[in-house]
Design a protein around this ligand. Structure first.
Ligand code: NAD
Length: 471
């Protein structure tokens, strides 16, 4: 049980008296509770971050990189504990959590430290000295699906830039954020440089977004939250960076290895039970191969072991919460009602799993571009298959979305795949299952957001630019 926020280098009891239950996704039992912070907590955290800003901004990039590397080491020492915690909070199978949920944040801190050490914070352009300075106090607001990864993607570069931070983690999976605060405490990060306030989005979250002493808000979350936060932050002309939802396409070209492409597509759709912003939820395939694709997808989905996140054979765990499970089941019902054909899966829970928020890996075919299951982010293990007649149609289907976060192309000929990838309106395109790269920019086109995280692009988000005209 937590009853405090981490503010100004100390654990301070919450002013807010409400509490939030954190529920185990597999057992439906309350794991822990955290305080729902209120406006006093938000004000105290912002005041601490504001007071700490001048001296933190004056440290050298090397000094700040040193703190980030020490944080990475301390996180790595607690990797198993963090992976276990997040498997309970989110439901991701432990083996995956260990690599992704607990492993990636370590890499984020290390990579951003490296980037900061070589980043050109100053350059001379003719008679001007152009300097990049930290923007100031940053409010970081994060989701539950990859909770510590999303936190690290903001906190590491903000600190590296010389900003001070107030983190408001997801109220659904906040426990890992408490571990991060303990890590910063253990490495002696100066008071006020990092602050943690837990609570709801509409409550303490919105107070932080509206706060006049905050210079920037960085959100990862739903497009609905992004719209609201953008509107609230606009009142004080804050910089707002938004990493939002997606409905990402995978295009299979006719020369691709079909088994490889469809299998990788299923993994890309179902990772973390489909609760992944870059999930490849629309599989766009040559019409002549549709029946084969359906058969491979059906066999692949039915071979997936769904169950306890701590059983070594589990590939898909439960969804994070009852709310999320109900939302996904509703979408499956809507798909059926809209006339889509269920290839496999469906709205009923997997056999033998009556406790925990489980949903069967589901595949739909015979969909039309106007259906809700084709257009809207479901955030669950639901794949739709769409046929195309020629490459232009494949590109048109891929781009027929308000989102543009991710895409994938599978082709026998890599040059052809790259040519196609250039035509897709998305922030990243995976070609023949190319791996995630922590040094490459990550972010969305369209209503998937603005701004970029990771690598030098992630650091630049948190910098202002000043030019001094020299005589
Ligand atoms: P959410 O939008 O419900 O919540 C995200 C965070 O925003 C939470 O901390 C929440 O408390 C806060 N919040 C919500 N409304 C707020 C408000 N009015 N003011 C201040 N804070 C507010 O999203 P979620 O359910 O936690 O996460 C799932 C969503 O996140 C999906 O849409 C997913 O695609 C998206 N996501 C995007 C990325 C990306 O990098 N683009 C990564 C992961 C998740």
């Amino acid at each position: 049980m937590h009853d405090s926020h981490y503010i100004d280098g100390r654990w301070q009891p919450s002013h807010g008296t409400d509490r939030i239950d954190v529920v185990d996704a597999a057992t439906e039992e309350v794991l822990a509770t955290v305080p729902a912070g209120d406006a006093d907590d938000a004000n105290a955290a912002v005041a601490a971050a504001r007071a700490a800003f001048p001296s933190w901004a004056a440290t050298s990039p090397a000094e700040r990189a040193g703190y980030l590397k020490r944080a990475a080491e301390a996180l790595q020492l607690r990797q198993t504990e963090i992976a276990t915690l997040i498997s309970h909070e989110v439901g991701m199978p432990f083996a995956y959590s260990n690599v992704v949920q607990a492993g990636l944040p370590v890499q984020s801190f290390v990579s951003i430290a490296d980037v900061a050490l070589s980043f050109p914070f100053e350059e001379q352009i003719y008679n001007s000295l152009v300097v990049r300075e930290p923007i100031g106090v940053v409010v970081a607001i994060t989701p539950w699906n990859y909770p510590l990864h999303q936190i690290a993607a903001k906190v590491a570069p903000a600190l590296a830039a010389g900003c001070t931070v107030v983190l408001k983690p997801s109220e659904v999976a906040p426990l890992n954020a408490y571990v991060l605060a303990e890590v910063f405490e253990s490495i002696g990060l100066p008071p006020g440089v990092f602050n943690l306030v837990s609570g709801t989005g509409a409550g303490v979250g919105e107070t932080l977004v509206a706060h006049p002493e905050v210079d920037m808000v960085s959100l990862t979350g739903s497009t609905v939250a992004g719209r609201r936060i953008g509107a609230v932050a606009a009142q004080t002309i804050k910089r707002v960076a938004l990493e939002l939802g997606g409905k990402s396409p995978l295009i299979v070209l006719d020369d691709a290895d079909l088994v490889e492409a469809v299998s990788a597509g299923l993994n890309g759709c179902y990772l973390n039970s489909g609760q992944t912003c870059i999930a490849l939820t629309r599989m766009i395939v040559p019409r002549a191969r549709l029946a084969e694709v359906e058969a491979i997808a059906k066999a692949g989905a039915e071979a997936i072991t769904v169950g306890d996140p701590f059983a070594p054979t589990t590939v898909l765990g439960p969804l994070v919460s009852a709310t999320q499970r109900d939302r996904v089941v509703d979408y499956i019902d809507i798909g059926i009602a809209e006339g889509a054909r269920l290839v496999t899966g469906g709205p009923t829970p997997p056999e033998g799993l009556d406790r925990g928020y489980y949903v069967r890996p589901t595949v739909f075919s015979d969909v039309t571009p106007d259906m809700a299951i084709v257009r809207e982010e479901i955030f669950g293990p639901v794949l739709v298959i769409q046929p195309y007649d020629d490459e232009d149609e494949a590109v048109a289907l891929a781009n027929d979305s308000i989102y543009g976060l991710n895409a994938a192309v599978f082709a026998g000929d890599e040059t052809r795949a790259i040519a196609l990838a250039r035509r897709i309106r998305a922030g990243q395109v995976q070609i023949n299952d190319g791996a995630f790269n922590i040094y490459a920019p990550f972010g969305g086109y369209g209503q998937s957001g603005n701004g970029r995280e990771f690598g030098k692009w992630g650091l630049e988000e948190f910098l202002e630019t000043k030019s001094m005209q020299l005589p």
